[in-house]
Design a protein around this ligand. Structure first.
Ligand SMILES: O=C(O)c1ccccc1NCC(=O)[C@H](O)[C@H](O)COP(=O)(O)O
Length: 222
């Protein structure tokens, strides 16, 4: 885990331009996420992601996270040839067995995204615990959504109050500069992930919002 401060960590997801990447680095994001999923307006090709990551200075750099959706081994291999990654975020319908196979085949830690809408969904944590290294707890996509994530939807954070999550985890879904402190207080999330809440329009990050979100999350009390 980068950094040693006991403060919530931040992942800015769906970075696809230099200004947003620079803002995330300057403000001290611990993770940046690159979306390797062509239907997404935030999608990047590996070479573009690599060029963005190369902008990081020589100081503390964010860890590069690759977001994939039901990707084949060949697709993952192609991404990794163009862009070295520290963590694979699996945001589709990957089973525990598929997560474990990806982890073994590529030798990288895996973060499984799970859509949460009720206590019943939290049972998935135990099903996946042996197959993954981290969890990202997100809202389920709203009816009619075209993407499995990045939809600016929140879930009922109180579902997580007092709950022990097996593995390090991130809270995601509808977070903004305004609500992130409350989300962290309610859930005890050690890390938060945001995409839409730091955009000026869908798929276009706003560097000012990126900086403000990171400052708000880092200042929040767990
Ligand atoms: O962001 C996307 O375009 C995307 C596409 C396909 C699967 C997942 C996607 N994003 C997932 C994320 O990690 C988001 O940061 C997370 O769902 C929270 O999104 P938001 O509610 O927009 O902050």
């Amino acid at each position: 885990m980068p950094g040693s401060q006991n403060r919530p960590q931040v992942k800015i997801c769906g970075i696809n331009d230099g200004e947003a990447f620079d803002a995330a680095c300057r403000a001290g994001a611990e993770y940046v996420g690159f979306v390797f999923y062509p239907p997404s307006p935030r999608s990047v090709v590996p070479e573009h992601a690599a060029a963005l990551a190369a902008r990081a200075g020589t100081g503390r750099r964010p860890l590069n996270v690759g977001l994939l959706v039901d990707a084949s081994d060949d697709e993952i291999a192609t991404v990794l040839e163009g862009m070295p990654l520290s963590l694979l975020q699996l945001h589709g319908q990957e089973s525990p067995e598929r997560c474990a196979a990806i982890r073994t085949r590529f030798g990288l830690p895996v973060m499984k995204a799970l859509g949460i809408a009720s206590q019943a969904d939290l049972a998935l944590l135990d099903r996946y615990a042996g197959a993954v290294d981290r969890f990202l707890l997100d809202a389920k996509p709203p009816a009619g959504a075209s993407l499995p994530g990045g939809n600016a939807s929140s879930f009922d954070w109180s579902l997580l109050t007092g709950r022990t999550i097996p593995h390090p985890w991130m809270l995601a879904g509808g977070l903004t500069t305004v609500n992130v402190a409350s989300a962290i207080r309610t859930t005890g999330a050690p890390a938060v992930d945001v995409s839409s809440g730091v955009e000026r329009m869908r798929g276009v990050k706003d560097p000012v919002l990126v900086s403000a979100f990171i400052a708000a999350a880092h200042a929040a009390r767990m």
